[in-house]
Design a protein. Structure first.
Length: 280
């Protein structure tokens, strides 16, 4: 009965400690946690944030499972004044040993399945996705729009709610496309010059690289909030790595249609010129 009393006290304390610890470390729901995430601005961000939240809850629980019983022991089983006797000798606890072996295995299995499902959901293709071809180079980005007959821009323009597929290549070293608000990141590898017969410095996205042995990376996102989001290179790529930025402009459908029509009109009058910086 005495043991059961301690269990009844410690168990709710563990759950209370879990809630408080999660509140202190996760800033997603409270906005005041130690680890605040950037704005969630894509459907992929929601999926990934749910997995991150699951990890925070597990971290808070495991922390509490260790700390709460330890602190409770300091109080409940402290040596009383005048007590000079030895403590009871306890040799093992089969149920406890089985529990702390099986419980971590269950957690690992659950998070393995959850992580795999998250990975598949983030990479899942959509029937109505728009493809944008991306070329990274030291130290900038170029974004080509196949629907606009080779038009390229230094920034991305997409409609809110529109699934986007990025097909990416690097023309020199390894770069990485990262938008924190979208929670997605992908290394961009240099294409295989030996197999593709190319030289660095191409001023357009080479579609021949979509076949064969060249290194092509794909990234998908569906923006959910109108705004301007910064693309960062997340792979140290040389001297000016720090300044390798671009902008993802997420527009309303009406604004995107207007931008698209404007580019189409301009394309009918003049070819898109490649900037001097891009040709360097």
């Amino acid at each position: 009965m005495n043991k059961f009393k301690h269990f009844l006290i410690v168990t709710p304390l563990i759950f209370l400690s879990t809630a408080v610890t999660y509140f202190l470390i996760s800033g997603r729901t409270t906005g005041i946690g130690l680890f605040k995430l950037p704005t969630s601005a894509s459907t992929q961000a929601v999926i990934i944030d749910n997995l991150i939240d699951g990890h925070f809850i597990l971290i808070a629980f495991l922390f509490s499972v260790i700390i709460v019983p330890m602190l409770y022991t300091f109080v409940a089983f402290r040596r009383r004044e005048g007590d000079e006797s030895d403590g009871a000798h306890i040799h093992g606890n089969t149920a406890l040993e089985i529990g702390w072996t099986l419980l971590p295995l269950i957690f690992v299995a659950v998070f393995t399945v959850w992580g795999w499902q998250t990975y598949n959901d983030v990479l899942a293709a959509s029937d109505d996705e728009v493809t944008i071809q991306v070329q990274a180079f030291k130290w900038d980005w170029a974004f080509f729009y196949p629907e606009l007959e080779g038009y390229y821009d230094e920034n991305i323009y997409v409609a809110v709610g529109q699934p986007v597929k990025l097909v990416m290549q690097s023309r020199d070293v390894i770069h990485a496309f990262w938008v924190p608000e979208f929670r997605v990141k992908q290394d961009v590898m240099p294409y295989d010059v030996g197999n593709a017969g190319l030289t660095f410095g191409s001023d357009s996205f080479d579609e021949s690289l979509l076949e064969g042995n060249s290194q092509i990376q794909v990234l998908r996102f569906t923006p959910t909030q109108i705004g301007a989001y910064q693309v960062r290179c997340a792979e140290i790529c040389g001297t000016n790595h720090w300044s390798m930025y671009a902008t993802v402009n997420v527009l309303s459908q009406a604004d995107y249609d207007a931008w698209f029509a404007e580019v189409q009109t301009a394309q009918g009058l003049t070819d898109q010129l490649v900037s001097a910086e891009y040709n360097e």
